[in-house]
Design a protein around this ligand. Structure first.
Ligand code: IYR
Length: 222
């Protein structure tokens, strides 16, 4: 069988072991400073910064390189208002009738409730849609591969890029979130995956006093 695939040379940057150690230790310390926040300033962010953050996320590896994601950027106050209203309706229902007592107890340290003012205050909402399938030229469905894994990887890179820019975000999952498909008028092959408000923190913002797992709880060496 012949193929016409093209391969090109690839020479990634490499470092001495010492340099690797210092780079990765510095990166680890920087990543350890990332926190989710729920109180944002309304100060706007330049469009080009959001664009580069998203395009960094879009470099993520994906099943068969299908890049099965669409990033919607909402800065229009009217659309943000609609999203807040719909999200709060669902969240009200979840907090009062859908979430178990244990779940509510697990969330206590985070201080969350059904109110979601950040959906209107944050200057930018990034809504990630996963693309379950594509339509080919004949209108035939072509499934994408490892869609959840691929979009999860891209979302992680998005959060890293937001942190790298010195901005803050919240990984938010109003549930159920099909209202986002309607409000943003997305096609049938796209399903909402995560809603990520991005911006600057409000003055004097606080975060829960959480600790992270230690090395021996996370890593198993063989
Ligand atoms: N979606 C709800 C509840 C919530 C659930 C989990 I798991 C969290 O880590 C945080 C919140 C909300 O956004 O409030």
């Amino acid at each position: 069988m012949t193929t016409d695939n093209t391969f090109i040379p690839y020479t990634p940057q490499q470092f001495s072991e010492e340099e690797m150690q210092s780079r990765v230790a510095a990166f680890r310390a920087y990543m350890d400073q990332r926190r989710s926040i729920r109180e944002f300033s309304d100060k706007p962010i330049p469009d080009a910064i959001i664009r580069d953050i998203i395009m960094a996320a879009s470099t993520a590896p994906s099943g068969a390189h299908k890049q099965p994601w669409t990033y919607c950027v909402v800065t229009d106050p009217e659309i943000k208002k609609q999203i807040r209203k719909a999200a709060e309706e669902e969240e009200y229902e979840s907090y009062h009738n859908r979430m178990s007592d244990q779940w509510l107890k697990d969330l206590e340290p985070l201080g969350t409730d059904w109110h979601k003012p950040f959906l209107e205050v944050a200057p930018c909402l990034i809504i990630i849609f996963k693309r379950v399938y594509e339509l080919d030229q004949d209108g035939k469905k072509r499934n994408n591969y490892y869609v959840n894994e691929s979009v999860g990887l891209s979302a992680g890179m998005l959060l890293t890029a937001i942190h790298q820019a010195g901005l803050v975000s919240l990984t938010h999952t109003p549930s159920p979130m099909n209202f986002l498909q309607k409000i943003l008028d997305r096609p049938e092959n796209e399903r909402p995956y995560l809603l990520i408000p991005v911006g600057y923190p409000s003055a004097g913002v606080t975060v829960p006093d959480l600790t992270r797992k230690q090395e021996d709880e996370v890593i198993v060496y063989y």
